[in-house]
Design a protein around this ligand. Structure first.
Ligand SMILES: [Cu+2]
Length: 127
């Protein structure tokens, strides 16, 4: 009887470990805050798609330096290509001929962005 309990416990441990490592594999599109890198006086940010929303969902930029928001056109689909940042006066669409949207954050703060239909959402932190 004790052996059976031991076997069941071992099986449970194997199952739990298996599920956990499986989960890790599906988290390829892990969304972590992205701090823009300054290249030739411009803050470069790549905006892509992952887990049914934008990736990154949190973008950190510095005040007073232009930001290039570069669309990952291979992954952004449909209305995710129409981006709205109301507080920063941005309302534009990415396309093959317009893959980059440039704006300069003039004030510190946290501003929300979304696709035109409001399904995709994120925040831009200006520091
Ligand atoms: Cu949308």
């Amino acid at each position: 009887m004790k052996k059976i309990i031991l076997v069941i416990m071992v099986l449970i441990i194997i199952l739990v470990t298996g599920c956990t490592s499986n989960k890790k594999n599906t988290f390829v599109d892990k969304n972590v805050p992205y701090e823009a890198k300054v290249v030739n006086g411009v803050q470069e940010v790549k905006l892509s798609w992952g887990k049914f929303n934008y990736n990154p969902q949190e973008i950190i930029v510095k005040e007073g330096i232009p930001v290039n928001l570069n669309a990952d056109l291979d992954r952004l689909r449909g209305c995710f290509n129409s981006i709205r940042i109301p507080d920063l006066g941005v309302s534009e669409s990415f396309s093959e001929t317009n893959p980059t949207i440039t704006f300069t954050p003039k004030n510190k703060g946290t501003f929300s962005f979304s696709c035109s239909m409001g399904m995709g959402k994120g925040i831009i932190k200006v520091i």
